[in-house]
Design a protein around this ligand. Structure first.
Ligand code: 5GP
Length: 291
C-alpha cells in the first residue's frame, strides 16, 4: 500500500498554519472563559460563526459550564444520544433543543435520573424488554436479590444476587431493600443504594419487579413511573404460559390463576403498554423516560 506523502509546506505556509492554530486555540479558550463566567450562554457559542468555534467539541463547551465538569457533561450527552466526539458545527437543531431542555431542567446541574418500574403478568416478556435496554447508556437496570435457586446460565451479581434465606432476612433487617416481596415461594428485593447512586449520576433506573413490590415503590416514591406491560390479549398470554410443555397441569393452572390476579392490577399503574413488539415497547419506554 502506498502512503500519501504529507503536503510540502514552505516555511511561510508552515508559520501561517501555526499562527492560525494558535489563534483558534485562543478563541476557543476565550469562549470557554466567557461560558464559565456566565458572560455568554452555550447557545451564544453554538451561534458563533467562527470556524474555530464551530470545530470545538460539544463536550468541551458543556464541561466549561459552572458546576458541570467532564463526567456530568458526558452523561448529559449520552442521555441525549449525542456522540461524545460531536463538534458544535455538527449539532442538529433537535439535539440543541434537547440539550437546552436538559440544562434548563438542571439549571446547570445534572437532573436526577427517573425511577421506572416495569411490572406485569408472568410470560408477558418483561425480561426481554429489560435485556434490550441494557446496552442503552441512558438507563441502568437494577439487579435484584433473591432466595430462589439460580437457573441454568444465570450468574450471581449479573442476573440476580443469589442469597440464602438467612442472609436475605438480615438485609431486610438492615433496611437495605427499597422494596421486597415474596413471589412463588421465594423472596425478591431491590438493593437500595445502587438505585440511589445511579439516579444521582443522572441515569434512569429500571426495576423489573412483581406487583406487590411495585405497590411499595408507589407508596415510598410517588414520583416513580409505574409501567404495566400487558399482553396483546388474554388468549395470547394463556398460549405463552401454557406452551412450556414441562409444567404439570396443576402448575399450569396456578400460573394462569396468578396471571389473572396480576392482570387485575393494571389500573393501578401510570401507563399500560401492550407488548405487540419489543422494538415498539422500547421506543415507548425511551420516550416516557426522556419526556
Ligand atoms: P423470576 O424468578 O422468574 O426471575 O422472577 C419472578 C418474579 O419476581 C417476576 O415477576 C419478577 O419481575 C419478580 N422480581 C424480580 N426481582 C424482583 C425484586 O427485586 N422485587 C420484586 N418485588 N419482584 C421481583
Amino acid at each position: 500500500m502506498s502512503k500519501v506523502p504529507p503536503p510540502q509546506l514552505s516555511v511561510e505556509e508552515r508559520r501561517a498554519a501555526l499562527e492560525k492554530a494558535k489563534s483558534s486555540r485562543q478563541e476557543r479558550a476565550a469562549v470557554k472563559r466567557a461560558i464559565a463566567s456566565g458572560e455568554i450562554s452555550i447557545f451564544d457559542a453554538t451561534n458563533d460563526p467562527r470556524e474555530s468555534i464551530r470545530r470545538m467539541k460539544v463536550i468541551d463547551l458543556l464541561s466549561a459550564l459552572p458546576g458541570v465538569g467532564k463526567s456530568r457533561a458526558s452523561l448529559i450527552m449520552e442521555r441525549r444520544n449525542i456522540s461524545l466526539t460531536r463538534r458544535i458545527g455538527g449539532l442538529g437543531h433537535l439535539q440543541l433543543k434537547a440539550l437546552g431542555k436538559e440544562l434548563a431542567l438542571s439549571k446547570g446541574d445534572l437532573a436526577r435520573g427517573k425511577l421506572i418500574v416495569i411490572s406485569g403478568p408472568g410470560g408477558v416478556g418483561k425480561s426481554t424488554i429489560t435485556s434490550a435496554l441494557r446496552g442503552d447508556p441512558r438507563f441502568w437496570i437494577s439487579v435484584s436479590a433473591t432466595t430462589r435457586e439460580p437457573r441454568v446460565g444465570e450468574r450471581d451479581g449479573v442476573d440476580y444476587f443469589f442469597h440464602s434465606h438467612a442472609k436475605f432476612m438480615e438485609l431486610i433487617e438492615r433496611g437495605e431493600f427499597l422494596e421486597w416481596a415474596e413471589f412463588a415461594g421465594n423472596l425478591y428485593g431491590t438493593p437500595r443504594s445502587p438505585v440511589e447512586e445511579w439516579r444521582n449520576l443522572g441515569k434512569h433506573v429500571i426495576l423489573e419487579i412483581e406487583i406487590a413490590g411495585a405497590r411499595q415503590i408507589r407508596a415510598h416514591e410517588p414520583k416513580a413511573t409505574l409501567v404495566f406491560i400487558a399482553p396483546p390479549s388474554w388468549d395470547e398470554l394463556v398460549r405463552r404460559l401454557t406452551s412450556r410443555g414441562t409444567d404439570s397441569p396443576e402448575r399450569r393452572a396456578a400460573r394462569l390463576a396468578l396471571a389473572e390476579q396480576e392482570m387485575a392490577a393494571a389500573s393501578e399503574f401510570d401507563t399500560v403498554l401492550v407488548n405487540e413488539s419489543v422494538e415498539g415497547l422500547i421506543a415507548e419506554l425511551v420516550s416516557l423516560a426522556t419526556a
